[in-house]
Design a protein around this ligand. Structure first.
Ligand code: AMP
Length: 373
């Protein structure tokens, strides 16, 4: 395991908010930051020491990033796998290209989750629509068809309730092969963020309960309002997957909780996750600090939650009403990512509120009207 020390440079592929928050955590400890992003002054570019402005998969730009960096990490998984693999021959990428190959493709990802022994919904994979119609009996209605590549925030998915609307899934195959998985009648969605270093030391952050609006994360409530039994199963499953993948860095494991308190793993993200932003204020070690420790070969800190918290996402349409409310809520931790344009539904920032009264605070958030759209 290589140790990267303050004064050395961490290269980040992707200059969005996750890169920015990783970069800010690293800079606190005295690291330098280089970032590759197609936009100048991206959220991470604004705080970086070196900005390389080029498409993520530009071979020359990736090589340049490799040359100026002592270690390379990434803020998303949709990087060209072959390009990353080539880069790993000349640069130090402790998370490895394999983690990206697996998590950028739902078919690979599901197979690996299943192989780890963690529970997944019953599913089949299909190269084309015809194959889907032939194999879907093994799953049964209702089910959800998802493209293997490129789907996020509910995009690239079709729910099929009966044979009559099966044809609605046909268009998905224009993009890629698909998986069709049983619809899970969940009562809650939770996520476990697990972080691991090359020495095999790992810790889960306190588990978040996630509430979505229009398929986009709206609120994370921590600790998740679930039974202790669920917490244990969720942490065990995340640890199994992380060990199976020989994880270095961060893995966010999204899960469904069923009425009988069993869990089913939905999907993985090999990076800090929106549902872990609360940890910046509410924990002794944030997901970003721990991620930097993990990729730099430092020992990890055992996470501790200072107080129950709610994180609320700030999308483009929420920025103006939120800004007006700043004087009224001095206890809110406001994060805005420095994005140039506040487009509707675009993640612009988030707010974290530590509270001993989760239910009251949820009501209060609702009453502000900021998030009524
Ligand atoms: P995903 O892109 O896989 O995270 O899915 C987006 C959202 O769709 C999830 O957060 C769930 O609310 C819903 N969803 C995905 N898969 C299933 C499933 N198998 N059963 C029920 N709901 C699902």
């Amino acid at each position: 395991m290589k140790t990267i020390l303050p004064g050395q440079t961490i290269g980040i592929i992707g200059g969005g908010q996750l890169g920015r928050m990783m970069g800010l955590a690293a800079k606190e400890a005295g690291f330098k930051i280089a970032v590759l992003d197609p936009t100048e002054n991206s959220p991470c570019g604004q705080i970086a020491d070196v900005q390389i402005v080029a498409p993520y998969n530009d071979e020359i730009a990736l090589k340049e990033l490799g040359e100026v960096s002592d270690v390379i990490t990434f803020e998303f998984e949709n990087i060209d796998y072959e390009g990353l693999k080539r880069l790993s021959e000349i640069a130090y990428i402790p998370q490895g290209a394999e983690l990206v190959r697996i998590t950028q493709n739902r078919i690979n990802e599901k197979a690996e989750i299943r192989a780890s022994g963690a529970p997944v919904a019953n599913y089949v994979t299909a190269e084309n629509f015809e194959e889907l119609t032939e194999t879907i009996d093994q799953v049964g209605f209702p089910f959800i068809v998802k493209t293997a590549f490129g789907g996020y925030d509910g995009k690239g998915q079709v729910k099929v309730d009966s044979a009559e609307n099966l044809h609605e899934a046909a268009a998905l195959f224009e993009h890629s092969a698909c998986i069709a998985e049983a619809f899970v009648p969940f009562t809650k969605e939770i996520s476990v963020i697990i972080q691991r270093n090359a020495a095999g030391e790992s810790y889960c952050l306190p588990i978040a309960e996630n509430i979505h609006k229009h398929h986009i994360l709206h609120e994370s409530i921590v600790p998740a309002r679930v039974d202790e039994k669920v917490i244990q199963q969720a942490q065990e499953a995340a640890t199994k997957i992380a060990d199976h993948l020989a994880l270095v860095g961060t893995l966010a494991v999204e899960m469904f909780v069923l009425a009988n308190d069993e869990i089913v793993i939905n999907e993985l993200a090999p990076r800090p996750h929106n549902s872990g932003h609360y940890s910046i204020e509410a924990c002794n070690v944030s997901q970003f600090h721990q991620h930097i420790r993990a990729v730099c070969g430092w020992p990890l800190r055992k996470p501790k939650l200072w107080a129950p918290s709610i994180m609320v996402n700030v999308l483009g349409e929420h920025v103006e009403p939120l800004t007006k409310m700043i004087p009224k809520y001095p206890d809110w931790s406001i994060h805005l990512y420095g994005k140039a344009e506040a487009k509707e539904k675009r993640k612009m920032g988030h707010v974290t509120i530590m509270t001993d009264h989760i239910e009251n605070t949820l009501e209060e958030i609702e009453k502000t009207g900021i998030w009524s759209k």
